[in-house]
Design a protein around this ligand. Structure first.
Ligand code: ATP
Length: 202
């Protein structure tokens, strides 16, 4: 199974790193990070795609099982279904799973072609502190055994992995307020943000 963690990563923070490293252990496989290009149906990013890609790459340098792919370039459609179809060509027989936070799962119905996405991949839903309980699971079929992710697509596995309650929104606010983010983002990401003066209020 190949686990995919897509996101804006504006910036990549320790919550993302926790998710990716814990996923390599829990699902016993590789994790692919896919920084999104900004599109009309996604929140606008403050940092450019190139900066966000660079921060992801720096963050996972010491983690051989985690790789970053530059699939969703600014020229990409921004549709997850297109990314999955492209990955399907590269990995014709490998089951794919999208790791998403419960906040993102809640809005899954507003993604383009959610039913098609579920024909290509499973969803691994990670509970976040602000949306701990999910009343209903309208998309996909709940699977409680993670080994079900090794076959097919369309399952929804709820993963209680207790990531740190960090958000990129909070990281950006701390930097804009002149605070330190050393405890919120990987060291190399903090250095990159400093070097490029990202997220500072003008
Ligand atoms: P923002 O605050 O700008 O919305 P974010 O912190 O949610 O950003 P994203 O890049 O949007 O970061 O997140 C990518 C994916 O990782 C999403 O599916 C999101 O739900 C999940 N995620 C991010 N941070 C955490 C966290 N601390 N715990 C669990 N899931 C997380």
């Amino acid at each position: 199974m190949l686990a995919l963690l897509g996101g804006t990563f504006d910036p990549f923070h320790l919550g993302h790193l926790y998710l990716a490293t814990a996923a390599t252990k829990h699902f016993n496989g590789a994790v692919t990070i896919i920084p999104n290009a900004t599109t009309p149906h996604r929140n606008a990013a403050l940092a450019s795609w190139q900066h966000r890609l660079a921060m992801c790459q720096l963050a996972v340098l010491d983690f051989p099982q985690i790789r970053v792919v530059a699939e969703e370039t600014p020229q990409h459609s921004g549709r997850t279904i297109d990314t999955l179809i492209s990955l399907r060509q590269q990995y014709p027989t490998t089951p794919l799973s999208l790791i998403i936070g419960s906040d993102v799962y809640r809005n899954f119905g507003s993604w383009q072609q959610p039913s098609e996405i579920l024909k290509q991949a499973h969803l691994i839903v990670v509970t976040r502190p602000e949306t701990t309980t999910l009343a209903t699971f309208p998309w996909g079929k709940i699977v409680t055994d993670k080994t079900a992710l090794a076959h097919g697509a369309g399952g929804v596995y709820v993963w209680q992995c207790a990531p740190p309650a960090i958000s990129a929104t909070h990281c950006r606010a701390v930097i804009a307020g002149g605070g330190s983010i050393e405890h919120l983002v990987p060291e190399k990401v903090a250095a990159y943000i400093r070097q490029h003066g990202l997220y500072r209020s003008s």
